[in-house]
Design a protein around this ligand. Structure first.
Ligand SMILES: Cc1cc2nc3c(=O)[nH]c(=O)nc-3n(C[C@H](O)[C@H](O)[C@H](O)COP(=O)(O)OP(=O)(O)OC[C@H]3O[C@@H](n4cnc5c(N)ncnc54)[C@H](O)[C@@H]3O)c2cc1C
Length: 369
């Protein structure tokens, strides 16, 4: 056993992927006194322009890691969300569920994905971030792994954390192969000014989802930026990078009220990012003795419950805690899987439910806690 007598805090941990999951894992491990190096294929770390609702259990981890005050500065407190039919018939107005022991946690924080990622990265020492490192191969030697990059570098690690997204090359090489599953829906996303939202969203920190059947348009205010994150989710043909014209987009939202149509009509198509909505079937195996999956690599889910980033961050928090509490990495990975599989599977399943004009709750998860 190559690393048998090593203390957990002396273990060499590498994280592949510098998205929200990978960055959160580095911060979570740092809070436990464990150094982890992050390797990212891109030349810069950045996120697409969209809002995220940071949920109470995620907020609790930020507090434990000592970064909550910095998150607070770039996010806004939200008390509830709404599902609305037409332009103005409120079907559901519901407080963000608590689902933690601390009742004062009944809120979410609305944040731009880039601001969240930047805040996490600001808490990772610079010498632990390695850009332009595209992993090409992982060789699992049982108690350690070798990682090879396209730039010719090879490293060894006691633990490799795969935060490499829905198409995870690590999962596909050393665990089991999974391809993304297309939902049949495209999401068209843009950031617009509050004024351009024409009153469909205001700076009151309420996430509003307008529905027509199971098509939806959501407006998430981003207070500090005086912007609104808009997401139009409608059926469409699969492509990795779909190209959609304004005419096609307008034809897909004819069932919505005139204000929504006007907002979308005014959107600059150069600023609209269209993506096919994909998730994964449940991934049975998450870990070997020295490699484990977090975030979308383990359990990519559709955006309907707004839980993908939340789950990636909570995976990171639980993984860091189990590593710090365990005697061996194998034991830590087993405990981590036991904690995280049930909840992430629940959200994967619930996230396949699209918000509809028959919705009775915005949070079907409440029935399961
Ligand atoms: C527009 C939008 C809105 C969303 N809204 C919400 C929301 O409201 N709430 C919520 O909780 N979630 C939301 N999500 C989902 C959430 O953002 C994702 O679930 C989350 O970002 C997953 O993080 P990750 O780090 O696991 O994966 P990713 O963000 O996919 O990061 C993977 C990283 O790995 C890198 N990588 C991949 N392959 C390699 C390789 N071979 N070598 C090196 N690096 C590699 C990639 O470049 C990337 O940086 C939203 C997603 C989108 C797109």
């Amino acid at each position: 056993m190559r690393f048998k007598n090593k203390k957990m805090t002396d273990s060499k941990v590498v994280i592949i992927g510098g998205g929200i999951g990978g960055a959160a894992a580095a911060v979570a491990l740092k809070a436990k006194g464990i150094r982890a190096d992050v390797y990212e294929q891109a030349p810069v770390l950045k996120e697409v322009g969209a809002g995220i609702g940071v949920r109470p259990p995620t907020v609790n981890f930020f507090k434990k890691w000592g970064i909550y005050e910095d998150i607070e500065k770039v996010s806004a407190r939200s008390e509830h969300m709404e599902i609305i039919a037409g332009d103005d018939q409120v079907l559901v107005k519901e407080a963000w569920p608590v689902l933690t022991e601390n009742k004062s946690d009944a809120y979410a924080r609305l944040i731009h994905r880039a601001d969240l990622l930047d805040t996490l990265i600001a808490h990772i020492p610079e010498d632990q971030l390695h850009l332009n490192h595209r992993l090409t191969e992982v060789i699992d030697h049982g108690v350690y792994a070798e990682v090879k990059f396209a730039n010719g570098k090879t490293i060894e690690a006691d633990l490799v954390i795969a935060a490499d997204g829905i198409r995870s090359p690590i999962r596909n090489q050393v665990l089991n192969r999974h391809e993304p599953v297309y939902s049949g829906y495209l999401a068209h996303r843009a950031l617009i000014s509050t004024r351009a939202a024409l009153g469909m969203a205001s700076q009151d920190n309420v996430l509003r989802i307008y529905v027509d059947g199971d098509n939806s348009v959501y407006f998430m205010p981003l207070e500090g930026r005086d912007q609104v994150s808009v997401d139009v989710t409608v059926p469409g043909k699969f492509a990795r990078r779909p190209e959609v014209t304004k005419k096609e987009l307008m034809e897909s939202i004819t069932g919505f009220g005139p204000n929504i149509q006007k907002v979308v009509e005014n959107m600059d198509m150069k600023q609209v990012v269209t993506r096919p909505l994909c998730d994964l079937e449940h991934v049975e195996e998450w870990s070997t003795k020295c490699v484990t999956l977090i975030g979308d690599a383990a359990h990519a889910m559709l955006h309907n419950q707004g839980q993908g980033a939340n789950m990636a961050i909570q995976d990171s928090g639980e993984l860091a805690e189990t590593i710090a509490e365990s005697v061996t990495i194998e034991e830590a990975l087993q405990k981590y899987e036991e904690k995280r599989k049930p909840i992430t599977r629940l959200y994967q399943d619930l996230s396949r439910l699209f918000p509809t004009d028959k919705a009775e709750t915005a949070f079907p998860e409440k029935a399961h806690f």
